[in-house]
Design a protein around this ligand. Sequence first.
Ligand code: FAD
Ligand code: UDP
Length: 386
Amino acid sequence: GSRMPDLVVVGAGLFGLTVAQQAAENGHTVRIIDVRGHIGGNAYSYMDMETGAEIHQYGAHLFHTSNKRVWDYVNRFTTFTHYEHRVYTTHDGEVYPLPINLGTINQFFHAHYTPEQARRLVEEQAGELAGTDPQNLNDKGIQLIGRPLYEAFIKHYTAKQWQTAPEELPASIIKRLPVRFNYDNHYFQDTWEGLPTDGYTNWMERMIADPKIEVSLGTDFFDESQPWNKSALVGRVPVVYTGPVDRYFDYALGELKWRTVEFKERRYDEGDHLGCAVMNFADADVPYTRAIEFKNFNPERSGHQNPGKTVVWEEYSRAASRGDEPYYPVNTDADRRLYQHYAAKAQDEPQVVFGGRLGTYAYYDMHQVINSALIAYDKQVAPLLS
Ligand code: FAD
Ligand code: UDP
C-alpha cells in the first residue's frame, strides 16, 4: 500500500536499516526505499552457486568494533564467526605480511632484527627528511617509515589507489603509517571481530523483519513518477536521507568528489588460489590494488564449498564520475569546505535528517555507521516522531 508511514527512510544501507529498526521497535511505521534491487547498501552480499563463496558485491567487508553498544546491538540480529582478518602483499616476486611488522621488515632486509634494532633502523632511514615539513604524500611517507619500506609497500599501491602520483597527493592523507615492531599481523586491533555467520544479507533482513516496516526497492527518491519522491514527501513526513548530499540539492553548490572501485572476476579450477582472503599488490606492474578470494573469508563453511573451484575479484580504483557508485570520499580541503556548505543547507531542510557515508560525505566503517545511526535516531529522528 502507499498510505503515509510515520517515517520514510531513503537508502537501505546500514544507516537506514538501523534507523528503521529503531523506529519500528518504538512503535512507528516505516517505509524504506532504495534505488537498488536489494537491501544492505554496500554491505550486501550473495552466495555464488558454483563455488559456495559468499561474494561481497561492493568489495570485501570485515566487521570489527570496540564499541560495546554497537556490538550488543548487532548481536541481536546475527552471530559472528571467529574469522580474524590478515592481509598479505606481493612485492618484487615475494609475499610479505601486512601491516608492516617485524616479519615484513626482517624478510625485506634479510635480517633477524630484534624489535629494538628494527625500530632504530626505521628511525635512521626516516631521518632522511628529518626537520622538514613535507607537503606531499611521498615525502611524508619517507619521513614516517623511511624510503626503502615506503617505496616497496606504500608508494605504488597508493598511486594505484588514487590514480595520482604520491608527489601530487596532499601529505594530509596519511597522518600515520602503522609499523609494528613485533610479529603481530592481525589487521584490526578492535575488541570484537568476525563475519556474520549466515551472511551479511540474512543479518540485515532480520534487522527489518517487522510488519511495521515496508520496503520499496528499485525506487529512486528523485524520480517524480513514483510516490515516494522528494517533492511529495519533504515537509509532509519525517525523512531520513542517506543518499549523496550534493545530489539532494541538485548539485547547486558543485559536486563532491569520490573514488570508485571496479572489480574483475576470475574463476579458477582450483580449491584455493591465493591461500588467503586478501592479497595486496604493492608494485606498479600489476594494475589492480588487491585481489579478494571470497571462499577464504568463511573457512568454517568448507564442507559446503566446492573443493575444485574458486572465485577471485581483482580490485581497480579510479575517480568516480556521476554515473559511478561513489565509494571513498576524496576529501581534499576544497571538498571539505564544499561539504560544510551543503551541511549548512541540510540543517535548514524541514524534517529531513541526513546520515550515512553519502549523506554526510564521510568514510565510515560499518560499526561507525551503526553507531551514528543509533545516535541520530535518539537525538534527531525520535523527536520528529513524537
Ligand atoms: P550505503 O551502504 O552506501 O547505503 C546507502 C543506500 O542509499 C544505497 O543502498 C543506495 O542505493 C541508496 N540510495 C542512494 N541514493 C538513492 C536515491 N536517490 N534513492 C533511493 N536510494 C538511494 N566497513 C567495514 O566496517 N569493514 C570493511 O571491511 C569495509 N570495507 C569496505 C570496502 C569498500 C570497497 C567500501 C566502499 C566500503 C567498505 N566499508 C567497510 C564501509 C561500509 O560499506 C559502510 O560503512 C556502510 O555500508 C555504509 O552504510 P550507509 O548506510 O551509510 O551507506
Ligand atoms: N596502503 C598501502 N599499501 C598497502 C595497504 C595500504 O600503501 O598494501 C595505504 C594506502 O595509501 C591506502 C591506505 O594505506 O590508501 C589505507 O589502506 P587500507 O587497506 O587500510 O584501507 P581501504 O583501502 O580498505 O579503505
